[in-house]
Design a protein around this ligand. Structure first.
Ligand SMILES: [Zn+2]
Ligand SMILES: [Zn+2]
Length: 253
């Protein structure tokens, strides 16, 4: 799969380079000066409504008392302190996520990371914060040639000035999360992560910004945050590009 996949990937990228540049959201031709995503798609990206849960930023119905537990994050472990995300996983955000993950358009990561970086200043994170990408399985990374969360974490690190620390590895199992229910997602990823040898020293008492492309139920981020907590991280915030909300799709974890 690896060799065939990379030949096919190289071929796709070559074709992509020969064609006039098209918007990654809607495939319409880009006008000169536009990069990656057309103006119309930019205006269609939906940040989600208010009021929101202070922990996971899910929109809550108006009139819901803030002290009532949020059904979206009440099951999260204490190690996952909060989550922030840029857009609802609906067109065109879903096309951007798909393009980054499956179609080999890593140049999109710059645009997506720039949007994610806007969420960070209000969090008032300390200078010693470390950026940790959520790893994918070694098989998937080999066949794609990259890990999409890592692609987002690089430009984020440059823009925010926080060092990138790939401190988590993914072990076997942990297959795709697409089409799994909440409980199945949790069981699927529970044992999915382990510390990269030596990384605990760099994470001890550090605040961590955990980077992923999509937040769905939080099962993946919860499993990753538990391991980060065991490695000594003092606080974990998940930062994702998009979040599934009711009826907005079900990709990622
Ligand atoms: Zn577009
Ligand atoms: Zn919540």
């Amino acid at each position: 799969m690896g060799a065939v996949g990379s030949v096919r990937g190289a071929f796709d990228r070559m074709v992509h380079l020969l064609l006039p540049p098209a918007c990654h959201g809607c495939r319409s031709p880009l006008t000169p000066g536009q990069e990656q995503v057309c103006q119309q798609c930019r205006t269609l990206l939906r940040p989600g409504g208010h009021p929101r849960c202070s922990r996971c930023h899910a929109p809550r119905g108006t009139g819901v008392h803030p002290s009532r537990p949020c059904p979206e994050c009440v099951h999260w472990p204490s190690e996952l302190n909060r989550a922030r995300w840029s857009y609802v996983l609906a067109p065109p955000a879903d096309a951007l996520v798909h393009g980054l993950k499956y179609d080999g358009w890593p140049e999109l990561a710059g645009f997506m990371a720039h949007r994610m970086a806007r969420l960070v200043p209000p969090l008032k994170l300390p200078e010693e914060t470390r950026l940790v990408p959520v790893p994918t399985t070694p098989e998937r990374e080999r066949s794609r040639g990259y890990n999409q969360a890592h692609l987002l974490a690089w430009p984020l690190s440059r823009e925010l000035g926080f060092p990138l620390l790939p401190g988590l590895a993914r072990q076997g199992g942990g297959g795709t999360q697409v089409s799994l229910q909440r409980d199945e997602r949790r069981a699927n990823v529970e044992e999915a992560f382990r510390p990269v040898p030596g990384a605990s020293t760099s994470l001890k008492d550090r605040v961590v910004l955990l980077v992923d492309d999509v937040l769905t139920t939080g099962a993946t981020a919860s499993a990753a945050a538990r391991v980060l907590g065991a490695m000594g991280a003092s606080h974990v915030t998940l930062l994702a590009f998009a979040r599934t909300l009711d009826g907005s799709g079900a990709e990622g974890g």
